[in-house]
Design a protein around this ligand. Structure first.
Ligand code: HSE
Length: 436
């Protein structure tokens, strides 16, 4: 029997939830010309719904603070979980599946931690768990990997997956302002949250990378195993030195298979100016995938915000509504692969060129001492550079470009260097990604 109306219940009415309701309303003509059943927002649940402006919502919607009004309503076909965080979102999603409802969510943390169990539960009940909005907001990257390049053997993925940090890095490079000042500016403009920890420490990007590695390789891992470095150590001089090396700095996510091992990393990285990824500025996200047969594909767009994330959520709703009208069931596995394999994360062990910024209380012999430790560890110095405008000898930052060395060798040398008394900051080492 064809469905005339697909009823949707929202749990959460913040950026994601209200964005999706707005898209359903504003793009109603486009949506209904692509889909036969009518999409109806039946219920919106939010703990502080009384404080939200809902005057613009045209549908006759039931508002509630009680999630059970959504979860126990037999007429609701699709639940949009737009609360975020682990609990109570996890319990609500489980409850929705128990009540035979399809679920759309943007909750990357939950999916990175519990996605496999949730996907199994959904599949066992022939329901959909739709997650496009969880990674890179408005870029339909999960759909692209799951459907567009489903036949591909993926070799590597590089991504800029966090808009907040990309905005901060772009502004620091442009204005030469310090990290703290730029973060405060990002907060004022609404690009960074009041508590920016998840973004600036790289954890938000890490969770998205974990989801992408399931889609690309059918592998999953515990989040704690993914080497993750944020951007808080960066200073404006790092961009001056990066520029001298014809590079910019991005919080780069990497996923690849090396000798059948899963290699994952989130770290500030030197990206050559001539890479497409170097041109991704402000709050934009981008993903570059290399396939063994089809070669490179590149995806670019807004990674956050009400409009882009709303489009991702509503596009998932449309897909489920199509499945519902065609007598169901989900056309492909949530994470693209039928079975996901647990994998350890291996460390980057091939030689890479590195840039290392040392900040020192300068005196005679500083460079000689650093160079001798590097050479004792078989590390060749390519060049040393000091910006001529830096005049404070008690707080002097200079950069050393190193010839290819393994991260392990470099780590060992830096552990020795960190003990030197003239060092006034931990050295900042960044990988130079020459071939992206
Ligand atoms: N805080 C994220 C970002 C958006 O800055 O990209 C939500 O994932």
């Amino acid at each position: 029997m064809r469905k005339e109306i697909v009823n949707i219940g929202f749990l959460g009415f913040g950026t994601v939830g209200s964005g999706a309701v707005r898209i359903l309303q504003e793009n109603n003509v486009e949506i209904s010309s692509r889909l036969s059943p009518r999409l109806k927002v039946k219920t919106i649940c939010s703990p502080n719904i009384a404080k939200r402006d809902t005057s613009w919502v045209r549908d006759e919607v039931k508002y509630t603070t009680d999630p059970n009004v959504v979860l126990n309503d037999p007429e609701i076909d699709i639940v949009v979980e737009a609360i975020g965080g682990r609990e109570p979102a996890l319990s609500y999603i489980n409850q929705a599946f128990e009540q035979n409802k399809n679920v759309v969510t943007a909750n990357k943390l939950l999916l990175a931690q519990e996605g496999i169990n949730l996907a199994k539960l959904a599949a066992s009940k022939k329901l959909s768990l739709a997650i496009e909005a969880s990674v890179a907001g408005g870029i339909p990257i999960l759909n692209a990997i799951r459907e567009g390049i489903a036949a591909e053997k993926i070799v590597s993925l590089y991504g800029i997956l966090n808009g907040t940090t990309n905005f901060i890095l772009t502004e620091m490079e442009k204005s030469g302002a310090a990290f703290d000042i730029t973060l405060a500016q990002a907060q004022r403009l609404g690009y960074a949250e009041a508590d920016p920890t998840l973004d600036i420490e790289g954890l938000d990007a890490r969770d998205k990378l974990a989801i992408l590695s399931m889609f690309c390789f059918g592998r999953y891992t515990s989040l704690e195993e993914i080497p993750t470095q944020g951007i808080t150590q960066l200073t404006p001089i790092d961009f001056v030195y990066a520029n001298q090396a014809r590079c910019t700095i991005k919080l780069l996510c990497m996923a690849k298979i090396v000798d059948n091992d899963l290699l994952l990393s989130v770290a500030p990285t030197m990206v050559p100016h001539n890479s497409l990824l170097a041109k991704v500025n402000g709050s934009f996200n981008a993903i570059m995938i290399t396939g063994a047969s089809g070669g490179q594909t590149f995806y670019y767009g807004r990674g956050a915000g009400s409009g882009p994330t709303g489009i991702a959520v509503v596009s998932d709703i449309i897909r489920i509504a199509r499945e519902l009208t065609n007598g169901h069931t989900s056309l492909s596995s949530t994470f693209s692969f039928q079975n996901l394999e647990k994998s350890n994360v291996t460390e980057l062990s091939q030689p890479y060129s590195f840039s290392v910024r040392f900040t020192v209380n300068n005196h005679l012999g500083v460079v000689a001492k650093l160079a001798s430790i590097l050479s004792e560890n078989n590390i060749n110095i390519h060049s040393i550079s000091q910006d001529k405008l830096l005049t404070d000898k008690t707080n002097l930052s200079f950069v050393t470009m190193l010839e290819p060395t393994t991260p392990q060798q470099l780590h060992k040398a830096l552990e020795e260097i960190k003990k030197l008394d003239f060092l006034i900051q931990t050295p900042l080492a960044m990988r130079i990604e020459e071939n992206i």
